[in-house]
Design a protein around this ligand. Structure first.
Ligand code: PLP
Length: 343
């Protein structure tokens, strides 16, 4: 029986079509700039985001890091969400490898900063302070698409303070589908955008840093230094091309499945279900503390994988269809009807 894995949209496996595209990919040495498939993917990503150029990177962590390293120097700082991936979950890479100081600020639940706090955090030009150099946003944040109005306001704030403007767009395509806008429209104003292929888009590997030629040339240098210059990487890039061509529009299905899941789980009074209007492919559920371990175990025995903990994130993706959603809802209901019988 197939496992229904709701832990993340990174768990998808390449389809037969994607594998065939990878097998057939023309390749060359990408460090020499000679891999035609990588070059094509980079051109596609630049066109998609409306930027001059793009660079294929091993992961979202790497493309975010390249964006920071290419635009900030030793003793600079970047302003970033306290809960943002670029600050919290990337091993402190910018500080460790670039001597770039993070200035984390609390994010609201919808992924937005209080822009007055951002303004207050920008340091004056004074020898006591790091130089405030860059503002980083994340779209989607915890599966929530950033409000369109806010994007313009954050851009104005960055410009007002001469900050570079970076977007961790690991799931930017989900945001575009949510707003029914093009990816390029959501990239307007940003100096650099990191776009992941290995989340909802369903490729096994890869992210792209998209920016102007100058930033990409600098990022290419850093990528080589980090050991990220790959050779016949077209095998991997082909999966990314396949994903962009065949698996972008279908993100709408993941969003519909997440909404169905939320609607089903909300019927259980034991659960507190968070599913905001701006939500895309994630549902957050707070469980009674006593169920934090036993519910995931119970579901696991039924081939349904969710994280353990009191507040769990359930993520829909390419390998989760409508019957799987119904099976998950039924699994939760079975657990609570059994619990209620024994109470
Ligand atoms: C918002 C966000 N940004 C960046 C990343 C990093 O991507 P990777 O795991 O490819 O390094 C992730 C990973 O899940 C993410 O959720």
């Amino acid at each position: 029986m197939a496992v229904i894995d709701l832990r993340s949209d990174t768990v998808t496996r390449p389809s037969q079509g994607m594998r065939a595209a990878m097998m057939a990919a023309p390749v060359g040495d990408d460090v020499y700039g000679e891999d035609p498939t990588v070059n094509r993917l980079e051109q596609m990503a630049a066109a998609l985001t409306g930027t001059e150029a793009a660079l294929f990177a091993a992961s979202g962590t790497q493309s975010n890091l390249l964006g920071l390293l290419a635009q900030c120097g030793r003793g600079d700082e970047y302003i970033v969400g306290q809960q943002a991936h670029t600050y919290r979950y990337e091993g402190g890479g910018a500080a460790v490898l670039g001597s770039i100081q993070p200035q984390p600020l609390e994010l609201h639940a919808d992924g937005t900063f209080d822009l007055e706090q951002v303004r207050a955090a920008v340091k004056p030009d004074d020898v006591h302070f790091a130089r405030s150099r860059l503002l980083a946003l994340e779209n989607t944040h915890n599966g929530r698409a950033l409000p369109l109005e806010y994007l313009g306001q954050a851009h104005a704030c960055a410009r007002e303070h001469q900050l570079r403007f970076h977007l961790d767009g690991a799931r930017l395509c989900n945001a575009a589908i949510h707003h029914q806008l093009s990816v390029g429209q959501l990239c307007q104003g940003f100096d650099s955008v990191s776009l992941c292929l290995s989340k909802g888009l369903g490729a096994p590997v890869g992210s792209l840093l998209c920016a102007d030629q100058e930033v990409i040339a600098e990022a290419r240098r850093w990528r080589k230094m980090l050991g990220g210059g790959m050779r016949q990487a077209g095998i991997l890039a082909a999966a990314g091309i396949h994903a962009l061509e065949h698996q972008l529009e279908r993100l709408a299905e993941d969003h519909a499945h997440a909404a169905d899941l939320a609607r089903g789980l909300v019927e259980l009074e034991e659960l507190a279900v968070e599913y905001a209007e701006s939500q895309t492919n994630m549902v957050f559920v707070t469980l009674p503390p006593e169920d934090a371990e036993s519910l995931p175990r119970f579901l696991g025995e039924r081939n349904i994988r969710i994280p353990s903990g009191k507040r769990v994130r359930l993520v829909t993706h390419l390998d989760i269809d409508a019957p799987a959603i119904q099976a998950v809802i039924a699994g939760f209901k079975a657990y609570y009807s059994r619990q209620n019988l024994s109470r």
